[in-house]
Design a binder for this molecule. Structure first.
Ligand code: GDP
Ligand code: MG
Length: 524
C-alpha cells in the first residue's frame, strides 16, 4: 500500500466523552463492521470495559476509506483511557502522526483531556479537536470551542462538531483525518524497525504483539529481535487488524499490524520495545520504560479451597498484563495468596473485577500500599538485610514494629477483641493516624454483623489504642420471628443464614463477612 495514502491516528479523550462510540461509527462507515446494535463498542472487548466505560487494553483497526476517488488506509489505534495507563497511551500515540481530541460538548475540557493533549503535543502530532455530543440538550459547543482555543491555542475554526451517537458529521472527521494528518515518514528500503505498542496473550498461539512499522518490511519465517529484552523469535504469523486479525504475507513500513512469533508471555513483547531483523540491528526507538508497579496489595481466595482455581486465574490474567507484578504471599487469617503490584488504584480495581467476572473468582483484597523505603538504624538489622536502605511492599514485613513507630508514618493495627486483623494493617502519615484509625473502626463496626457476644474494634499504634468502637451483642435468635409457626419460612431463614456464613471469615471466634474487608479497604 502506498505510504502517502496511509494515516495513523488515535482517538484521545476524557472518560465518557465518546471515544468508543466514535470508533464504532468510524468502523461502521468504512465497512469494517456491520451496523447493528450488537456491535456496540467493538473496540472495548472486555466486560470490565463495557461496564466501566474505560478501555483497558488498546485495540487497533485498519480501515479502508475512499475519498475523492482515492483509497486510503486509516490505522485507528485505540488507546487506554485512564491515567494509570498513560505510559501505554504515550506508546500508542508514538505510533501515530495525528490524534482526534474528543471533548464533550456539555462537560468541556476535563483532566484527561489536558493530560492526553500534552502527550500528543509533546509527540508533535497533528491534533484535530472534535466536539462530541452536540445533540445533548445542554450542549454548548461555542463555549467548548473557546476553551479549546484558550487552553490549547487551537483556532476554533479547526474544531469539528459531531454527534458520535447519532452519526452527525462523522464523515467530516474521516475527511479531515485524510487532509490534516500527514502520512508516516516510513522508509521501505531501510532495515525493518517496528514499535511494539500493545500485546495480548492468546491461549492457543501465545503472544500477539501489535506493531507499527517505522521502516523496512517483515514476513513469515523472519527472525526478529526485541531490542530491550534481546530475545530472538521466529515470525509464525503476521497480518492486519480489521479489527479482527487478518493474516497477510508481509507487513511494510507505514503499516500497523500484528505478529505472532512464539513468545510465551506478554513480558516477551513489552510495550515500547523495538523489533528488528536479527541480521540488521537498529537503534531502538526512544521512550521505552519497563512497567513499574506503584501500588501493592494482597489478594487471597475468600475460601482457601479455591486457591488452585484462583492461581490459574491470576496466571492467565498476568499472562495478558505484563505490568502486574506477582509474588506469592500468605497470611495468618487469609491463608495462601499473592502480593500483586499494579500501575495504580484503577489498574488494581480493574484486575480484581476481571478476576471476578472473567474467572468467577471470589477474592479478598488487602489495603493497597505504595512501596516504602526504610532506612535501618540498628547495626544488627543492617547486617541481617545486608544493606542500610530496604524497600518494603508489605507493611507487615517491616523488620520490627518499633522501627516504624518513631517514623513520620506509623503503622496502625486493627484488632477484634484483641486479635489483630493483619490484612488491615495500614501505614499512614502521623497527622492522619487518628482520623484513619477512627474511620476504619467505624467502617468495621458497620460491616460486621452483631454476634452472640460483644466485640471491641480497636485501632492501635504499637500498644497504644488510638480508636475504639463497640459492636453490641446480638440478642434475638434468627428463628425467634417464626413463632414456631411457618416451616417453609423457617427453612428459608436457615438457608439464608447458612449462605451468609459461607461468605464469612473467622478471626478468633468472630465471623467477619468478606464484605467487611472490602468496605474497610475501599475507604478511599
Ligand atoms: P469513552 O469512555 O470515551 O469511550 O465514551 P463512550 O463512547 O463509551 O461514551 C460514553 C457515553 O456517552 C455512552 O453512554 C455513549 O452512548 C454516550 N455518547 C457518546 N457519544 C454521544 C453523542 O454524540 N451524543 C450523546 N447524547 N451521547 C453520546
Ligand atoms: Mg471507551
Amino acid at each position: 500500500f502506498p505510504v502517502d495514502k496511509i494515516r495513523n491516528f488515535s482517538i484521545i479523550a476524557h472518560i465518557d466523552h465518546g471515544k468508543s462510540t466514535l470508533a464504532d461509527r468510524l468502523l461502521e462507515m468504512t465497512g469494517a463492521i456491520a451496523k447493528t446494535d450488537r456491535n456496540k463498542q467493538v473496540l472495548d472487548k472486555l466486560q470490565v470495559e463495557r461496564e466501566r466505560g474505560i478501555t483497558v487494553k488498546a485495540q487497533t483497526a485498519s480501515l479502508f476509506y475512499k475519498h475523492e476517488g482515492q483509497t486510503y488506509l486509516l490505522n485507528l489505534i485505540d488507546t487506554p483511557g485512564h491515567v494509570d495507563f498513560s505510559y501505554e497511551v504515550s506508546r500508542s500515540i508514538s505510533a501515530c502522526q495525528g490524534v482526534l481530541l474528543i471533548v464533550d460538548a456539555n462537560e468541556g475540557i476535563q483532566a484527561q483531556t489536558v493530560a492526553n493533549f500534552y502527550l500528543a503535543f509533546e509527540a508533535q502530532l497533528s491534533i484535530i479537536p472534535v466536539i462530541n455530543k452536540i445533540d445533548l440538550k445542554n450542549a454548548d459547543p461555542d463555549r467548548v470551542e473557546k476553551q479549546i482555543e484558550t487552553m490549547f491555542d487551537i483556532p476554533s475554526e479547526e474544531c469539528i462538531r459531531i454527534s458520535a451517537k447519532l452519526g452527525i458529521n462523522v464523515d467530516r472527521v474521516l475527511q479531515e483525518v485524510v487532509k490534516r494528518i500527514p502520512p508516516p515518514t516510513a522508509k521501505l528500503e531501510e532495515p525493518f524497525k517496528a514499535l511494539v505498542f500493545d500485546s495480548t496473550f492468546d491461549h492457543y498461539r501465545g503472544v500477539v504483539a501489535n506493531i507499527a512499522l517505522f521502516s523496512g518490511q517483515v514476513c513469515k519465517g523472519d527472525k526478529i529481535v526485541s531490542a530491550h529484552l534481546g530475545k530472538t523469535y521466529e515470525v509464525n504469523e503476521l497480518g492486519v487488524l480489521r479489527p479482527d486479525e487478518h493474516p497477510t504475507e508481509r507487513l511494510y513500513a507505514g503499516q500497523v499490524g500484528y505478529v505472532i512469533a512464539g513468545m510465551k508471555e506478554v513480558k516477551d513483547a513489552q510495550i515500547g520495545d523495538t523489533f528488528y531483523h536479527q541480521k540488521q540491528p537498529v537503534e531502538p526507538l526512544p521512550g521505552f520504560k519497563p512497567a513499574k508497579s506503584m501500588v501493592f496489595a494482597g489478594i487471597y481466595p475468600t475460601d482457601q479451597s479455591e486457591y488452585p482455581s484462583l492461581r490459574s486465574a491470576v496466571e492467565k490474567l498476568t499472562l495478558n498484563d505484563s505490568s502486574v507484578m506477582v509474588q506469592r504471599d500468605s497470611s495468618m487469617a487469609l491463608g495462601a495468596g499473592w502480593r500483586l503490584g499494579f500501575l495504580g488504584l484503577l489498574h488494581m480495581e480493574v484486575f480484581n473485577q476481571r478476576l471476578e467476572q472473567e474467572y468467577n473468582a471470589s477474592v479478598i483484597v488487602t489495603a493497597p500500599t505504595v512501596p516504602y523505603k526504610a532506612v535501618l538504624s540498628s547495626p544488627k538489622l543492617i547486617k541481617e538485610y545486608g544493606q542500610e536502605v530496604i524497600t518494603i511492599v508489605n507493611p507487615t514485613q517491616f523488620p520490627e514494629k518499633s522501627c516504624v513507630v518513631e517514623y513520620q508514618e506509623p503503622m496502625i493495627d486493627f484488632l477484634l477483641n484483641g486479635k489483630p486483623v493483619e490484612e488491615l494493617t495500614t501505614i499512614v502519615h502521623k497527622d492522619q493516624a487518628y482520623n484513619t484509625g477512627k474511620a476504619m473502626c467505624v467502617k468495621l463496626k458497620e460491616s460486621i454483623p452483631r454476634q452472640m457476644f460483644e466485640i471491641a474494634v480497636q485501632a492501635a499504634i504499637g500498644s497504644k489504642v488510638i480508636a475504639r468502637e463497640t459492636i453490641k451483642a446480638y440478642r434475638k435468635n434468627v428463628l425467634a420471628k417464626c413463632y414456631g409457626g411457618d416451616i417453609t419460612r423457617k427453612m428459608k431463614l436457615l438457608k439464608k443464614q447458612a449462605e451468609g456464613k459461607k461468605k464469612m471469615r473467622r478471626i478468633g471466634n468472630i465471623d467477619v463477612p468478606k464484605d467487611a474487608f472490602i468496605n474497610v479497604l475501599k475507604r478511599k
